[in-house]
Design a binder for this molecule. Structure first.
Ligand SMILES: [Zn+2]
Ligand SMILES: [Zn+2]
Length: 100
């Protein structure tokens, strides 16, 4: 999936916490986050946006470059989850095979 800066920027108001600037600006001001951002990147420490990432296990704050980086890499937890799902499937298939 190619990373498109334009579409992400347009969707940021829906997927990140920037909308809190409208209702609770003190929430960010207390953390020293400048207007236009809603979080500090958990990877590199740059200003970024707090948002869910389809390839990350939890909602975190990512800057745009780390967010794009997460899209390109396959994190270990995803590999573990995939392996677990396959193992579970094999185990269930084995049980079904045993009972018939
Ligand atoms: Zn934001
Ligand atoms: Zn970052």
């Amino acid at each position: 999936m190619p990373f498109e800066v334009e579409s992400t920027t347009a969707e940021q108001s829906h997927t990140c916490y920037c909308h809190l600037w409208e209702t609770k600006p003190e929430f960010f001001e207390q953390q020293g986050i400048p207007r236009g951002y809603c979080g500090t990147c958990g990877i590199c420490g740059e200003m970024g946006h707090t948002r869910a990432h389809p390839d990350a296990p939890v909602t975190g704050a990512w800057c745009d470059s780390c967010y794009a980086e997460l899209s390109r890499t396959t994190p270990l937890w995803k590999v573990v989850r995939f392996t677990f799902c396959v193992a579970l499937f094999v185990w269930i298939a084995y049980l079904l095979w045993r009972t018939t």
